[in-house]
Write a protein that binds this ligand. Sequence first.
Ligand code: PLP
Length: 402
Amino acid sequence: MSAELTAPRLRRVRPSPTAVISDRVRALSDAGVDVINLGEGELDFDTPDHIKQAGIDAIVQGDTKYTAVSGTSTLKNAIINKFSKENHLCYKVTEIIAGSGAKQLIFNAFLATVSSGNEVIIPAPYWVSYPDMVSLADGESRIVACVEEHGWKLQPADLAAAITPQTRWLILNSPNNPTGAVYSADELRALADVLLEAPHVLIMADDIYEHICHAPAKFVTLAQIEPRLFDRILTVNGVSKGYSMTGWRIGYAGGPEWLISAMQILQSQSTSNPSSISQAATVAALEQDNGFLAEWREILDTRRQKIMACINSIDGLSADLPPGAFYVFANCSGMLGKTTPAGSVIENDVDFVEYLLDAAHVATLQGSAFGASSYLRIAYAIDDNRLNEACERMIKACSALK
Ligand code: PLP
């Protein structure tokens, strides 16, 4: 059997641009090399005990059967309360869906609404999966470059210029993967003014990093800023990043009833309900005391300062302090043209990432995978000692470049 048997839609999807590095990391680790992975998009903290216990209780009590496709009513009510308490958004139960991760919900939203000829505006740098999901839905990605000088944020004039009669969606991701950028209320207000003039455009607010936002930056979401856009916004969130529950696979979204019901139809014919056990654990995450989030943010802040000091001490690397998420998006253009001790020239960000992996055994990801070349994404949510060690290794490897 051969690759011709794959459907044409699959051929439009890029193999994961980060897969090459991931394969190298795996091969080195398998060979016994001590690789420090600054490529992973997850916190190193354990899921808190009370959340795990709720999952265990669900198993013991026999909550192990199918649930309603869009989630149990207990979970949906917990989500409604979360949106109301933390975001001042008022959703009805028919406007809520839970799925197997935010990823599934984003995918379902596109599949339910995008078809050939539709465009999706994706501000770059972007999470690697957005363009491929758009392709799988037969749509076209309209990538709009955002620049470091503007804090990596979409400018209202650039948004206005990118909107066409074919635009179906705009994606806004704040705090952002990979840059850590956080949109302020004023910045969202300015984008909302443009969107009010384009009533055919739906907006996806991907808020998955909501809880990882450092003062003075303050998390706000678009639906909160402009109630007149409420009926056009899908607010996507989940417990993966903020609650260190990536493996539990629960995401959720609030949006107009017609869209939620379309996403539910897709879910009913594909994955059905997300895991009943994970749903029970998510209820505990959303409803019980989440004071630990502030403690986690403090730990992450210390790590953020550490990695920033490291980056800015390396000649040829620079970055501004990222207000959110747990990534630094570092400019590595000063490394290009340098020669490694083995005599090869670093031509681009992929070469630099490979050099760090080979020489320092530190894994990072090239910015070009996220739509911005000459950068690298460093995920710093790892144990303090390992982060110190990674910094020392990177400093040493970079000082060996000529
Ligand atoms: N959105 C962004 C910006 C992400 O970075 C990720 C995961 O890396 C997701 C969505 C998907 O999250 P989940 O694990 O809930 O599917």
